[in-house]
Ligand binder design. Structure first.
Ligand SMILES: *Cc1c(COP(=O)(O)O)cnc(C)c1O
Length: 356
């Protein structure tokens, strides 16, 4: 049976990525070798890494003076590396969910943390807007897309202190102005590649401002200097990322991706609004994520939640259970998801409504 995978992460990758990665696993560029069994210092792998970095720069229009790194440890290791490398006295954080809170927890190990705003009071169902970032903060950290709750900061903020963003679940989903950020990072397993690699876009001259000694592997300076090759990088995940990046370019780049994402999100949110059985979890329309759409049963149909889950599953719809912290449903409609798959879900919602 065909499956429609709405999993939040690891999540779907484009067929282009999976097919071409599979080819390289069996026989890389007709070399008779697998991409998994060649040296990371071989000509073939160095070309893979260089093209992936180039495509990052081209697709996101990354200005000169930034490096693109591929590191181990997922987004969660970045939660610690960021304060290790940047927090001298005080850092500012916006608390928009579990991932933001995890980042805050790590930063507190290194210095003073000013949590300038939090939406925890309403189970993170909005993006705080009235806050002031202290002018003496070493940096301001935000999570642009809150994967668990379905909220998103959809524009690049103007910020007087260095801006650092976790874009694990919305990188490449919209055009953005990288020059507004000092550092952008994320785990690859939502919009880029299988798990095992984190991407980091970092302004080269932003480092060297903390007094502490930094272990070699945890220092961004090491990875910039060694171009992500200080030790063996996660070669296979980087290879898969390269194919996703090629696919982004092939379909016309990030503007095209963005338009498709807006259409997909509108299709699903419109159905949630129209359908008497469902309610969007995020009340404020401008805070609604175009990557993770969260919704619950409306008051009158609360007891139908398990029935809908079963009905959806009978149609091959997979991965729509909400995160255990908020319940209900979450449909992750990442870049690789075609609108036809979103329509399978909206049609299921319509059918379920007419049956009830
Ligand atoms: C998934 C996710 C993370 C965690 O990524 P890991 O690579 O598992 O550490 C962090 N932040 C956001 C916004 C996420 O969606």
């Amino acid at each position: 049976m065909k499956k429609y995978n709405f999993s939040a992460g690891p999540s779907i990758l484009s067929p282009y990525t999976i097919e071409n990665t599979a080819k390289g696993i069996l026989n890389l560029n007709d070399s008779g070798l697998s991409v998994m069994e060649i040296s990371h210092r071989s000509k073939d792998f160095i070309a893979i890494l260089a093209e992936a970095q180039e495509l990052f720069k081209e697709l996101l229009r990354i200005p000169d003076g930034y490096s693109v790194l591929f590191l181990h440890g997922g987004a969660s290791l970045q939660f610690a590396m960021i304060p290790y490398n940047y927090l001298n006295k005080k850092a500012a954080y916006l608390d928009t969910g579990t991932w933001a809170a995890n980042a805050i927890k790590e930063a507190k190990l290194f210095g003073e943390v000013a949590v300038v705003g939090s939406s925890k009071d309403k189970i993170y169902n909005y993006i705080p807007k009235d806050y002031t970032v202290p002018a003496d903060a070493d940096y301001f950290h935000i999570t642009t897309n809150n994967t668990i709750y379905g909220t998103e900061i959809k524009k690049d903020l103007d910020c007087k202190v260095p801006l650092i963003a976790d874009m694990s679940s919305d990188i490449f989903s919209r055009p953005m102005d990288v020059s507004k950020y000092t550092m952008i990072y994320g785990g690859a397993q939502k919009n880029l590649a299988p798990a095992g690699v984190a991407f980091v876009i970092i302004k080269n001259d932003s480092l060297g401002k903390v007094d502490r000694a930094i272990p070699t592997m945890l220092s961004y300076a090491t990875h910039i200097e060694k171009d992500s090759m200080f030790n063996t990088p996660p070669c296979l995940s980087i290879y898969a990322a390269l194919h996703t990046l090629r696919w982004y370019k092939q379909i016309g780049g990030i503007e095209v991706m963005y338009k498709a994402n807006l259409k997909k999100a509108a299709l699903l949110y419109d159905e949630i609004e129209r359908n008497k059985m469902f309610v969007a979890n995020i009340p404020n329309v401008e805070d609604r994520s175009i990557m993770n759409v969260t919704f619950v049963m409306s008051e009158a149909y609360k007891e139908k939640e398990a029935d809908f889950a079963k009905f959806a599953s009978s149609l091959g719809i997979v991965g729509i259970a909400g995160h255990r912290s908020i319940g209900g449903f979450r449909a992750s409609i990442y870049n690789a998801m075609p609108i036809e798959t979103v329509a399978v879900l909206t049609n299921a919602m319509k059918e379920f409504e007419s049956k009830n």
